[in-house]
Design a protein around this ligand. Structure first.
Ligand SMILES: [Zn+2]
Length: 459
């Protein structure tokens, strides 16, 4: 059988990344992500697997984000026992993220059972903490650019993609073909992460297209952060920053420290109120080999890159709740990033009614989330069984993103020395994927197609 590729997720959508790569003797899965977001998508996680997990030789994992890794516990539960290859940074983040994902699944099942809100009795979690542990036991960490052999006569390696800690492009040589999968592509010239490495060639390329139809705003992304901190100081109120635990929280901490040092903001107490973000920050600090040159210089000068001057960690729920009785000014970073759950909720309930409060959203806010309602100007908001009036100032920074925009994707593609034989566009909403396909065909003159879910293509 000649080598072939089947798109089993993140085709026409941005979650559930899963691509089957096979020849007559070997079957590999590139990424093993969870579908997230709307209910129709989440239900796909419950469909029977379209590939028998026991038939897979190995998984090659681009990075730790749950939409790329979160189905691994289920794969292990359903009989997969092969190695999961990923970089060391990814392996360390998985140790935090997979048990957390399992915990959320268990909580959701328990909620349904308590409130009898599921068609299934009893409602079961998609996977459990034990399944997450089983998957973690299969992880084989490797260095960037270190050749690995996921099966006889097959070679693979990871190349820095600059997206989050540990994130890599997956390069695989199978059946005489060289396949390159971008995973999620990072950005150029942003703090903490190195720029994406360039790749010289590929027979077949899979490229993500999350921002295939958009450019990130050109303004200095720190300006909004400065304005928000200054307002909190002036008003002697709290600045609440809902933030994802992995990646975004570290960027904000890094920026706060840099801005303090540059004298652009006053030094307010900063509370990192998320056990997962605390762990993730330790993982980021523990991988200096992945830091960009500015961050290395700060470390060489003896600085703690992710610690503003008056830095506090809230590990326990009691630490977190104590802030309800503490007056500002100060800054609280807590999850979840879209205010759909997590400790940020009780801070919002307590402080949204106060006009002295500032809330800064620093990430994408999906339709239907509290984050979206607040940024669209809601005057009151439901949370934790109450209707909470909104008198706080709501601010938004759209400049923080871990994904390359259209211009940056094209910049990376221009690094290829010759056009790939074929380019498939994955990991994008239909409009974004179509726009990127047009740019690749039009601007670069390459053969390109938008990948379709379930589609199988010969390589
Ligand atoms: Zn990602």
């Amino acid at each position: 059988m000649s080598p072939a590729l089947t798109f089993l997720g993140a085709a026409g959508t941005v979650t559930g990344s899963k691509h089957l790569l096979e020849d007559g003797t070997t079957r590999l899965l590139m990424d093993c992500g969870l579908f997230q977001g709307l209910k129709e998508l989440r239900e796909l996680n419950w469909a029977p697997s379209r590939v028998d997990p026991r038939s897979l030789n190995a998984v090659l994992l681009s990075h730790a984000h749950i939409d790329h890794s979160g189905y691994l516990p289920r794969l292990a539960k359903d009989g997969f026992g092969g190695p999961i290859f990923c970089t060391r940074g990814t392996a360390d983040l998985l140790k935090i993220m997979l048990p957390d994902a399992a915990h959320l699944q268990e909580e959701e099942a328990e909620f349904h059972n308590r409130h009898k809100t599921s068609r299934h009795d009893p409602a079961l979690p998609l996977f459990t903490t034990e399944d997450a542990d089983r998957a973690l036991g299969l992880v084989r960490p490797v260095d960037f650019d270190q050749p690995v052999a996921p099966a006889p006569a097959v070679q693979a390696r990871f190349t820095n993609s600059g997206h989050i800690l540990g994130a890599g492009f997956v390069q695989c040589w199978i059946g005489g073909r060289h396949v390159v999968f971008s995973g999620d592509l990072g950005r150029y010239g942003v703090p903490i992460m190195r720029d994406p490495d360039s790749v010289a060639d590929a027979d077949v390329l899979l490229v993500e297209s999350t921002y295939g139809d958009r450019l990130h705003p050109p303004d200095d992304h720190r300006d909004r952060l400065v304005a928000a901190v200054k307002r909190a100081a002036d008003q002697k109120g709290w600045l609440l920053i809902p933030a994802f635990a992995v990646g975004r929280s570290q960027e904000i901490l890094y920026d706060l420290r840099e801005l303090e040092e540059a004298g652009r903001i006053p030094s307010l107490p900063v509370y990192l109120d998320s056990p997962m973000a605390i762990q993730a920050t330790a993982v980021y600090a523990g991988h200096p080999e992945e830091h960009d040159s500015a961050l290395r210089q700060a470390e060489a000068a003896g600085k703690r890159p992710f610690a503003p001057r008056r830095f506090h960690l809230c590990r326990t729920v009691e630490d977190s709740k104590r802030l309800n009785d503490t007056d500002g000014p100060g800054i609280i970073l807590a999850g979840s990033g879209m205010a759909t759950g997590g400790r940020i909720l009780h801070h919002l309930r307590r402080w949204l009614p106060e006009a002295a409060t500032t809330v800064l959203f620093v990430g994408f806010q999906a339709a239907g989330t509290r984050g979206r309602l607040l940024r669209e100007g809601a005057r009151e908001i439901k949370m934790l069984g109450e209707v909470v009036p909104v008198r706080a100032r709501i601010m938004v920074s759209d400049a923080y993103s871990a994904h390359a925009d259209r211009g940056e994707i094209l910049r990376w593609l221009k690094g290829f020395r010759r056009p790939p034989g074929m380019t498939y566009i994955v990991h994008g909403e239909p409009d974004a994927a179509a726009a990127l396909r047009q740019a690749i065909s039009g601007d670069l003159g390459w053969q390109a197609a938008v990948a379709e879910d379930g589609q199988r293509v010969a390589l």
